[in-house]
Structure formats: structure tokens, C-alpha cells
Ligand binder design. Structure first.
Ligand code: IFM
Length: 803
């Protein structure tokens, strides 16, 4: 079953069946003012923090309500419906709906009873309020008399938990008033008598507004109970069914913003109304509403501006391959998903309610990788920030608070940090993610001077980027287990592996091995010869240990428990084959060709499914060791043998690095949301964004995906596709081209901006290979290898690579 389609020209996903298996959402705005909106207008808004700045209420895990509702009522026959299918939910035989999720905006188009409506929701570029603009057109042949009602359900408190749970308090602090053409909600309005220097626990009056431009307000309501009427739901609120909001204000209990407006339309006549919502004091709020007097033109200009902004953010890499699924993901949706994880981390979705008040170290450092090829300057700012969250012992802060103050923060060594963040100790992998991220940035831009930039540590002191990286190596060396491999500490990438100071992680060992390779490149660049010698010997000895301790005939094991047992041995009754050590043995460069082939074939045969490869097999049930937390999950879910999609990106990359284009592309397709557009009832999640995991074959719901949008999958798959399948591999001096593609691709094209130069690359595959090189022509000149030295590049470059 499918519920929509990709409109690649407009970069929209269009949902033409609104009864999707789960709410399919889009992101609007920025961290200054963020908004999530589903295809049925469910969702919420917040200023700065999803947990502490909540403006619109949303009840999680409960029917996608409430939302940004616009009701339409025919005043001649009292029939009513909504601009999105829900909440009224008219019979789909009579109600035609299309929800266009675009980049930075969502447009609901509906046709019902001779009225066409288009409701566009967005946050204007650089602004901290939101717009719900509705254009209604009379498509019937008689004059129509309509009432349009906008409904916004304010929270009683900016803190999400206070609003939802602490009702003995939060029901008695909010009130509304109507001013000119807007409802004003005040929280703690009684504090308005305080002088500026007076202090109470809740210091400020918070003020929100919901206003109308483009047409006069005919009636208003600021009280939720009065709007809905007793025992009514959002599907038939009294204020809509009666055609009059009653001009009621709220004092105590639950406020809302509801504004009604009367519209008379001759046949073919249209009218645009704009509802505006935000958290602003009166003068500013009124100025915002007034600025939409010329409603239609202003809205069009603002939406065009958003489209241009987003188009610009994507243009540094555009591809045209024989696969429409691949193109739509790489050109638009995977890239957009990467920006969303980069911007929002794990702060706000319909699953994450914003309570984690900070950035996970490993998550954010990996998220950055997904946009480096598109927006390296945006990426480097976040890299600086994450380096400033590295402790001077070289470890990363497991959680970097949104209030992070470099040079002055507490660490997992301090009880205060542990209490506030819930992270009791360092994790083994956090700072090791810096290596590929910093390398990708420097290779993309050529900015080797970044290595010398001085950046503070989280707790005290400062160092160059190069020395930060050395400190990360030192952290791993200071935290070795009994066999001399990196200890697993509180966790490695896998949150469900608590290996402790005496257990050891092969994944971290492989990351460490890889980090040493990257640092060697930087050390060479800096002519740090003594350190290069050290790195060589350290890498050789760690490589020998991994080989001796972790290779088990046809697989790499997952590590050692604190009791010294090997995890992931072939003879173990459960979890005897793990995915990540195999792909990382290839990515890190440790596996020899024979090992790579055996291990990766083992993955394909043992772990792969039609929806991607599971994290390990068999799931934990009766034989979990103490630190194997995955056993808490139902089998086939999450880290307990689920298809943890982030790992699929590493699998794509590993196969591509081996030149195995068929496998790499197969892994891409299994997991690509767009490839499952017609299996939406199985996948359930949006077909245009990644989920954290898909249920594996050990679950009765094999194929069902979960935890939409904010997942590291976006960046690992992007890297797997860009560096792996497309083979765009920058290094310090230029760009290596090493595509790994399906054999039946005859050719494909890529337009890439590289260090300010435009590259128009055609890859030809006359002999139907998966990878390889026979010829490279740059601006008419044949080059000896599949490598574009930067100094040969012109402003515009025509490049042909023949495989
Ligand atoms: O790597 C972690 C991530 O940091 C949080 N979600 C789960 C992943 C795997 O355990």
C-alpha cells in the first residue's frame, strides 16, 4: 500500500491518502523557533527547547493530537470540515486531500463540497514565530458563506512535564485576553506587578499570541473547554459546530487561541487568511500580525525564500543515476534528514519530547559527517563546539548540555555532572568519532590550518585541534583492558554493551586503529616525525592484538566481558555473530582481503534480511552476560537483533571500499525509505526519512521501522553513499574517484562543488563493472589515475571517468 509519492521537481513528498499508518511529519523553523507538523496537522512548537520552551501542546503517543487546526464551516448548511483531513475526518470518498511536505514548509490541499483550500504552514526564514496561511477558493457555482476558525492549543507552562503532569500547579497560572485581532495568553500573568529587580522562583510573565491577518475576527475563544464544549473532541468542537466562538476568555485551567472569521466567496473567488502564532510581548506580536496585511503576496514571498534557502543548501552535490530512489534520497531527502539531525540532534520529534537537554557526544560528532560535503562551513562550527566538549583527559562528555560553557563545565568525574545528566562515567568511543569527522572536514575543504586552531577543553585549558586529537588517543591508551585492547567502559557505540573497565570492545579497538591512520596523515602534514614513529608502532601493536584476540575463523568477535569471556564467538549459544566488527574491520583497514571476504560474506549470509542486516544473531534471551543490556528489549528490536539502521550505512561503505558495488547498492536499497514507498503498511514510518531501527526477523513485525527522523542513520548512509557508492573521496590534496555501483548502471552523473570549483562528472561503465578504473579525463586531459589533484582544477570542470 502506498500513501503518497515523491515530487522531485518541487522537492516535496505528497501524501494523497491521509490515513497513513503513523503520523508522517515535517520540520519547520530553527532551534530559535522549532515546529513539527504531521500530515494531519498534529504536532507542536517551541522556542529554543522542546522540553522547556514548549508553546503548542501535543500529547505524545496518543492519536496525533492536538495540532494546528483550521476548521471550515459552511454557514448555509452548518456542515464543517478541516483544512487537514483530521481532526474532523470527513469520509475520504467526499474529501480529497494532499499534504505536501516540502523543505521548510508543509502545505495541506483539500477539496470538499465545492471549496478548495490550501493551508501552508511555515516559520519564515530567520523569524521566531509561525505562519498558518490558508487560501480558500469557491469552486462551486453559487455564492458561499463560510466561517474559518484557527485553533492553537497553548501549553499551560513552557516546561513540557509541568504542563502535562503537575496539574495542581499548572492549571492555575494561565489566562488569556483578546486584543485587536489576536488572543494573548499569559503564563504567570500575576507577576506583572513585580519590579525588574524583584525575584520569585518563576521570574517572568510569559506571553504568547495567536493572531489573524487578512480578514477581520468575527469571534474568539481563549478557553479550551469553552471551545470544545463538554465531552467533545477536536472533531466537533462546539465553537465550530455553533458557528460562534462566544468571545470567551480563559482564567485558570486550559487556555487556547481560537479565532473565527467570516468569508463570503462568489464562484471562483479566493481569499487568503493568515493565522500567526508565537511567543512575543504585545507590541512585537501586533507588529507581526500587521505585517501580513498583504497576506497572499507576503506568504508567497516567504515560502519562495524558504525554498531558495533549502535549494541552496543542497546544491553542492546533485546526482543523476539510473536509480530514482537513490537520486531522491541523495539529492533531497537523505540530505534534508542529515540537516535535521545536525540541527535538532535528538531534541524534538514525535518520539523525542525534548527532555534530553543536550547533545549526545557520539551522536552529534557523527551527525556532522552527513552535511560536510554540502555545507562544510556550517559543519566546522559544530566541530569546534564538540571539540570544546572534550575533557582535557581526552574523553568526550557523554552529554554536552545545551548550556555548555567551554572551559568551565563539570565532567563524569564530578558528582554534579552525573546527577544532572544521568551519565555516570565516560564512554569508550565518544572522542574517537572526532577522527573521521575532522578528517572529512579538512579533506573536503583543504583547510589544514584548522589543525592549528586553538580550542578550549570542556573543563579547563585549551589546545590546538591537532593536540585535541592526540589527547583522544591518549584517553584510549589510558583506558586499556587486561588484554591491552581499549576497555568498553560505560558503553561503546552500542549503548547496550556495558563492558566496564575490565571488559574490552573490538569496535572501539577498530575505531582506535582507524584513528591512528588518520592521525598519521595529520602528523605527516605537520612534519611531526617523532609522533609519526610512535603512531606507526602503536598501530602495529594494536593491529596484532586485534588480530590475535578478535579473529575467530570467519568473523571478528565483539570483545571481552569483564569475566574475560569472548563475546560473539561462533560457538556461543546467543549473539554469536555481530555486524559492526565486520564492517569496521574493513573501514578501519585492519582486515586483510581474505578476512574481509569471509566476514562480509558471513554478514550477508547470517545477518542480512530484505530490510537490512540485523545487529547480531541470535538475540539475547537466556544467555545474556551481565553487561548485555540488550536483553531488556523484545527480540528483533533495537540492539537485541533489530536492524539498527545506522549500521547499514557502515555496511554500505565497507562493501563499497572493497569495490563490491552490487552488495553496497543492495544494502542501500534494503534500508532506503524511498524504496519502501509502496510498503508503507509494513514499514509504517515516513518513506522520506530514516528511522533508528527496523524490527528484525525475530519479531512478529519484521520490517516495521521506528524512531523517525532523528537518527544517526541519516549521516552513516549519506557517507556510505557519497564516499562509498558514488566514490567521492577527498583527501588533503584533491579528490579520489572510486565509485562502487551496480553492474547494470551504464553511466551516471554528478555535479559537485569542491573547494569552490564546479565539477561536472560523468561516470561511464561500458563494460558493466561494479568498480575499477580504466580512464579519467579532466577538461580534455587524460590523467594517470582516478584522482583529481586540486591544482589541476579550473572554476568549471568537465570530467569523465571510465570504469
Ligand atoms: O550509538 C547509540 C546512540 O548514541 C544512541 N542510540 C542508540 C545507539 C546504539 O546503541
Amino acid at each position: 500500500m502506498k500513501y503518497g509519492y515523491f515530487d522531485d521537481v518541487n522537492r516535496e513528498y505528497v501524501i494523497d491518502r491521509p490515513d497513513t499508518p503513523t503520523p508522517w511529519v515535517n520540520y519547520l523553523g530553527s532551534p530559535e523557533y522549532g515546529a513539527i507538523i504531521s500530515n494531519n496537522a498534529g504536532g507542536y512548537s517551541f522556542a529554543k527547547s522542546g522540553a522547556n520552551g514548549r508553546i503548542l501542546r501535543y500529547v505524545f503517543n496518543n492519536f496525533d493530537q492536538p495540532g494546528r487546526y483550521i476548521y471550515l464551516r459552511d454557514d448555509d448548511n452548518q456542515d464543517f470540515w478541516s483544512a487537514s483531513w483530521q481532526p474532523v475526518g470527513k469520509d475520504l470518498k467526499d474529501y480529497i486531500s494532499k499534504c505536501h511536505h516540502g523543505l521548510g514548509y508543509t502545505k495541506m490541499v483539500a477539496d470538499y463540497a465545492g471549496i478548495h483550500s490550501e493551508a501552508t504552514y511555515y516559520v519564515p526564514k530567520g523569524k521566531s514565530y509561525e505562519v498558518w496561511a490558508i487560501e480558500v477558493t469557491n469552486t462551486s457555482d453559487k455564492e458561499r458563506h463560510l466561517t474559518l476558525t484557527g485553533y492553537a492549543e497553548f501549553t499551560n507552562h513552557s516546561n513540557y512535564e509541568q504542563d502535562q503532569v503537575n496539574l495542581q500547579y499548572s492549571l492555575f497560572i494561565s489566562r488569556t485576553a483578546f486584543q485587536e485581532n489576536r488572543i494573548v495568553q499569559q503564563i504567570h500573568g500575576n507577576l506583572n506587578a513585580l519590579e525588574e529587580d524583584e525575584q520569585v522562583d518563576e521570574k517572568n510573565v510569559t506571553e504568547r499570541f495567536f493572531g489573524l491577518a487578512g480578514n477581520p475576527v468575527s469571534s474568539f475563544c481563549g478557553d479550551k473547554k469553552a471551545f470544545l464544549g463538554r465531552y467533545n473532541g477536536y472533531d466537533k468542537p462546539l465553537g465550530v459546530t455553533s458557528g460562534d466562538l462566544g468571545d470567551t476568555n480563559n482564567y485558570n485551567e486550559n487556555p487556547c487561541g481560537a479565532l473565527a472569521s467570516k468569508v463570503t466567496l462568489a464562484p471562483n473567488e479566493s481569499k487568503t487568511l493568515v493565522f500567526l502564532l508565537g511567543e512575543k510581548y504585545s507590541n512585537e506580536a501586533q507588529a507581526i500580525v500587521d505585517s501580513y496585511k498583504d497576506a497572499k503576496t507576503t506568504v508567497q514571498a516567504e515560502v519562495d525564500e524558504l525554498r531558495a534557502e533549502w535549494g541552496g543548501r543542497l546544491e553542492s552535490l546533485q546526482v543523476k543515476t539510473p536509480s530514482p530512489v537513490f537520486d531522491t534520497m541523495i539529492n533531497t531527502w537523505n540530505a534534508y534528514n542529515c540537516y535535521m539531525t545536525f540541527i535538532w540532534s535528538r531534541a524534538a520529534s514525535l518520539i523525542y519530547c525534548g527532555l534530553r537537554n543536550g547533545y549526545g557526544y557520539r551522536d552529534t560528532v557523527q551527525d556532522i559527517q552527513g552535511i560536510i560535503h554540502l555545507a562544510p562551513e556550517m559543519a566546522v562550527d559544530k566541530i569546534r563546539f564538540m571539540l570544546s566538549a572534550q575533557v582535557d583527559n581526552g574523553g568526550g562528555l557523554p552529554l554536552v548540555k545545551f548550556t555548555h560553557n567551554p572551559g568551565h563545565v563539570d565532567t563524569p568525574d564530578d558528582a554534579s555532572y552525573v546527577q544532572e545528566t544521568g551519565h555516570p562515567a565516560y564512554r569508550a568511543d565518544d572522542a574517537l568519532w572526532l577522527f573521521p569527522t575532522v578528517y572529512k572536514y579538512i579533506a573536503e575543504t583543504g583547510n589544514t590550518a584548522f589543525l592549528d586552531e586553538v580550542i578550549p577543553y570542556a573543563n579547563k585549558g585549551e589546545a590546538t585541534v591537532y593536540d585535541h586529537l592526540k589527547a583522544a588517543i591518549q584517553f584510549s591508551m589510558d583506558n586499556l583492558g587486561p588484554h591491552g585492547m581499549p576497555a568498553g567502559l560505560h558503553a561503546d557505540w552500542n549503548d547496550c554493551l556495558r563492558l566496564g573497565a575490565q571488559g574490552e570492545s573490538s569496535f572501539v579497538a577498530l575505531q582506535y586503529y582507524y584513528a591512528l591512520s588518520i592521525l598519521k596523515i595529520f602528523a605527516k602534514q605537520k612534519a611531526d616525525t617523532e609522533y609519526m614513529t610512535f603512531l606507526d608502532s602503536e598501530q602495529e601493536s594494536m593491529g596484532e592484538k586485534i588480530q590475535e584476540l578478535c579473529w575467530d575463523d570467519d568473523r571478528f568477535v565483539r570483545g571481552y566481558t569483564e569475566a574475560g569471556e569472548r563475546i560473539g564467538e561462533a560457538c556461543a549459544p546467543e549473539a554469536n555473530m555481530w555486524l559492526n566488527p565486520q564492517s569496521w574491520a574493513v573501514i578501519s583497514g585492519l582486515a586483510d582481503d581474505r578476512q574481509a571476504e569471509l566476514a562480509m560474506d558471513n554478514v550477508f549470509n547470517r545477518l542480512n534480511t530484505s530490510y537490512g542486516a540485523i545487529l547480531m544473531d541470535p538475540p539475547y534471551h537466556k544467555h545474556a552476560f551481565d553487561g548485555a543490556l540488550a536483553v531488556i528489549y523484545n527480540q528483533g528490536n533495537k540492539e537485541n537483533a533489530g536492524i539498527f539502521s545506522q549500521s547499514q550505512g557502515w555496511l554500505i561503505l565497507a562493501e563499497a571500499l572493497r569495490g563490491k558495488g552490487e552488495r553496497a547498492f543492495t544494502y542501500f536499497m534494503e534500508n532506503a525509505p524511498a524504496a519502501q514507498n509502496d510498503q508503507a503498511d509494513i514499514r509504517q514510518l515516513e518513506p522520506y526519512c530514516y528511522g533508528q531501527f527496523t524490527e528484525g526477523p525475530a519479531s512478529p513485525n519484521h520490517g516495521h521501522s521506528h524512531v523517525h527522523w532523528l537518527t544517526g542513520t541519516a549521516s552513516t548512509v549519506m557517507v556510505g553513499c557519497v564516499e562509498g557508492i558514488l566514490g567521492l573521496r577527498p583527501d588533503l590534496d584533491g579528490l579520489k574517484l572510486a565509485p562502487a555501483i551496480p553492474k547494470d548502471w551504464d553511466s551516471f552523473k554528478m555535479d559537485k562543488n569542491f573547494r569552490g570549483k564546479e565539477l561536472h562528472i560523468t561516470v561511464e561503465n561500458p563494460n558493466h563493472k561494479e568498480s575499477g578504473f580504466s580512464k579519467l579525463i579532466l577538461n580534455g586531459q587524460e590523467l594517470p589515475e582516478a584522482y583529481l589533484p586540486e591544482d589541476l582544477l579550473l572554476d568549471q570542470n568537465e570530467i569523465t571517468l571510465v570504469l
